[in-house]
Structure formats: C-alpha cells, structure tokens
Design a protein around this ligand. Structure first.
Ligand code: EPU
Length: 420
C-alpha cells in the first residue's frame, strides 16, 4: 500500500486546477444505464472510484470507452446480473439500483454494510423504490428490487440526519421511467443532485425542482443518449483552499463554482482567511491572524461533512478553542486520534470535537482511515514541522485526482513511496 512522505513547513503557492466532482460523476455514470443510446460525460476525474464504476458498468454489459477525461458509455443490452464482487467493493455503487430498476424493472446490489465513517443504511432508497411499486427482498446479503410496473407517487425522503444524497439520486433515476408523476419531498439539495437532474433532462427526462427540497419527475417512456460536463469538485476545492490557509501560502483555485462553496468560504472568511475573486477564479491566502471558528456539518447548503476533517486540521493550527460538530455521520472523527499523533489537542464530547488549537504540529507516521480523514492528515502534514508519513493513501486515490502532483506543483514536498 502506497504512502506519502510529506516534508512539512512549505507554504503552498500558485494555481491549482480543480477536477470534476467525484460525487457527481458516480451517479452520472450510473444514469447511463437508463438508455441504450450513447452517453458522453466530460471532465471525468481519474480516480479509483470512477474506474471502479466503469468496471461495474462493463460487468453489466455496457460498452465503456475512456478518452482522457471523457467517458463514453453505451448500455445497449444489459446483462441480468453484474459482477457483485465489484459492486460490493464501493459503497457509491448503490446508485446503479435506481437506473436498473427504472430500465429493467429489477435490480440487485449487495447490501452495503457500515463503513469507517458510521452506519450507512439504504432504508430511504428502498422506501422510495417501494413507494414506486417495487418489491424489496434481501437474500444472501444482496438486496433485490423487482417491479411489474413503476407508478409515480408522492415520496417523503427525509431521514434521521436529513435528506439523503444518493437516495434522492436513486429514486429520481428510477422515477424518470415510471408511469405518471413522482414528487420527492425532503429531497437532497446538493449541487450533485442538480447536476444529475440536468443530465437526465438532457437524456429526455422531465424533472423540475432539483436543488430544492421538492423534486417533481414526470415519467417518460424512454430516454436517449446525451452529453454532459461534470461540475467541479467543491470538496476538492475546499481541501486546497484549506491547505493554502494551513501552510500560510497563496493559492488560486481555477475552474471552481464559488456558488457551491458558500458555507465553506463563509467559515474560512470568519477564520480570517483572505479570499479574493480573480475573474472566475479564487485566490486564497492566510490573513494576518487565524481565528478559531465553530462548525456544525449540515446537508447542503450548510457546511459539508466532507470538509469537516480538513477544517479540523486548520483549527488545530489556529490559536484558541473551536468546536466542530458532526451531524451527518456519527463516527466521522477517525482523524482525531491521528491528528493527535502530530501534536494536536482535541477531545471528543458526543457529536462534537473540541479543538484547542495553536500548538505547533510536528511530523509523525499516521494512518489514513477514510478519504476526507486522509486529506486532513495531508493538510496537517504540510503544515507540520518535519516529516509526516501518511500510510494507506489508496483512500486519497479514491477521491482526489493526482493529489501529490497537484500539491507538489504548488511547492509541496510530497513523495509517494510504493508499498506492497
Ligand atoms: N441515511 C439513512 N438512510 C438512507 C440513506 C442515508 O439514514 O437510506 C443517512 C446516513 O446514514 C447519513 C445521512 O443519511 O447519516 C446522509 O447520508 P447520504 O445518503 O446523504 O450519504 P450518501 O448519499 O451515501 C454522499 C456522498 C458522501 C457524502 C454524503 C453527505 C457519494 C458517493 N457520497 O453519500 O461522500 O459524505 O453524501 O453529503 O456521493 C465522500 O466523498 O467522502 C463521501 C463520503
């Protein structure tokens, strides 16, 4: 398993191009299952999760062709069963269920278990499919949905922690080919849901309200091929903005959508980080003095859970006390004990982490546990004195395109060491 050796203490300087969004592209690729026509998706980031999704589509009978950051998918004829070993490996693969159910009236995926960031149930996805008329059974660890017909209806998708992003995507995709009108209430409002609705509408679907808590889908008989460009990755952008502030550098984020980043930019500004628009780009630099800020993660447009760990790394470097409360995933504090190995002082009280910031961090070997926790460790390592070894960086390869190359182009000193 590869590791990063990070020589810390170097301020980041320069421009960084933000890639297409991982969490948008996975459901977009799944949506290609809804039609036999050719779909073309551009600005696709080269990530292990994305390549995995390509393999899953192939195992379902799709023709998948890669050309740089563009993928062409033709799902002319679908096989009744895919490669479940592959499907099992990636939680995001659950979003093939909605399109398979919509197109073929049946779908089987392996029931995703919990993961390192907490229990990851799919009860809301299944509730939506059942409301559309599917029968759900669980057999040998797989969940099967079968429907004679799908009929539009009114579905409330709010859960314990608010709306569900992939659940909304899944039910929306299934409903595009249902009879009649489906209304999803308490739908997720994330930009990735809007991006998916845009692509589906380009394929001939009739969806309105995406980006609001109420989405209306008027079923159509069939969808056709379409082209689409993926939105920029707001979490990658947030990660580089935080890294710039953490290293006392000056980095210009290129190709971003600041309108997708309001909550993060607001907190960075409150923390004393300087943000300057340069045409469509955003220049991020540390202001004179960082200030501690309290953060609570929320569904969009609130502060994203996917940027919580990175922000905690910044708060470790900021003199004073900040309270970071995680409201989306109950166990998303795996980075806390690893940040402590670098010298951070953090205690956990229920859903909150109390960070006593301002102690100098010093390099140490640390273990990456999930994608965003790993990003937090990289940020802390970049700011720490001495060398930090981040082990198991395959987590980062799942969600950050060429991370060490992008950071090294900004002046960082990161070496990837090959493991077995
Ligand atoms: N939930 C339920 N029942 C469900 C589905 C979700 O109770 O049927 C709960 C979850 O346990 C959680 C909350 O609802 O407490 C929100 O989960 P959601 O379904 O929105 O998460 P997701 O769609 O599975 C996507 C991203 C995550 C991101 C979350 C929240 C993808 C592939 N994944 O997951 O991304 O954290 O939305 O924004 O889009 C990451 O990129 O690092 C990552 C984990």
């Amino acid at each position: 398993m590869d590791s990063f050796l990070i020589k810390g203490g170097v301020p980041l300087h320069g421009d960084v191009q933000i890639s297409g969004a991982k969490n948008a592209v996975l459901p977009l690729m799944a949506a290609t299952l809804l039609t036999s026509g050719e779909c073309v998706i551009r600005r696709v980031p080269n990530l292990t999760d994305v390549r995995f999704m390509g393999q899953i589509l192939e195992s379902l009978g799709c023709e998948v062709k890669w050309d740089g950051d563009c993928v062409r998918v033709r799902a002319a004829k679908l096989k009744p069963v895919g490669d479940y070993e592959l499907i099992r490996k990636m939680r995001g693969s659950v979003c093939i269920m909605g399109p398979l159910l919509g197109r073929t009236r049946k779908a089987t995926v392996s029931l995703p278990g919990g993961c390192i960031i907490g229990a990851r149930p799919i009860d809301l996805h299944l509730k939506g499919f059942e409301a559309l008329g599917a029968k759900i059974t669980i057999e040998g660890g797989d969940v099967k949905a079968v429907a004679k017909n799908l009929v539009g209806t009114s579905i409330f998708l709010g859960g314990r922690a608010g709306p569900t992003v992939l659940g909304t995507a899944n039910v929306m995709m299934a409903a595009t080919l249902a009879d009649g009108i489906t209304v999803i209430d308490s739908a997720a409002c994330e930009p990735e849901v809007i991006d998916l609705a845009k692509f589906l509408n380009a394929m001939g679907a009739r969806i309105s309200g995406a980006g609001s808590p109420t989405i209306t889908i008027t079923g159509v008989k069939e969808l056709h091929g379409a082209e689409h460009e993926v939105i920029p990755d707001r979490i990658e952008a947030a990660t580089y903005a935080i890294a710039a502030a953490a290293t006392n550098g000056e980095v210009t984020l290129k190709g971003i959508r600041t309108d997708h980043l309001h909550a993060v930019l607001d907190k960075l500004r409150e923390a004393g980080v300087k943000l300057d628009r340069v045409g469509p780009d955003l220049k991020v630099s540390r202001g004179r003095k960082l200030k501690p800020v309290d953060i609570t993660t929320q569904p969009y447009a609130g502060f994203p859970t996917d940027a919580q760990a990175q922000m905690m790394a910044l708060m470790c470097l900021t003199p004073g006390i900040s309270i970071i409360t995680e409201r989306i995933f109950e166990a998303r504090f795996m980075h806390v004990s690893e940040l402590a190995r670098l010298g951070a002082e953090i205690s956990i009280e229920g859903p909150s982490a109390i960070v006593k910031g301002g102690r100098p961090l010093s390099g140490a070997p640390v273990m990456a546990s999930d994608l965003r926790a790993s990003a937090a460790l990289v940020i802390a390592g970049l700011a720490a004195k001495g060398t930090t070894q981040v082990n198991r960086v395959y987590h980062l390869d799942r969600g950050y395109e060429r991370m060490e190359l992008k950071l090294n182009a900004l002046g960082a000193k990161i070496e990837r060491t090959k493991g077995e």
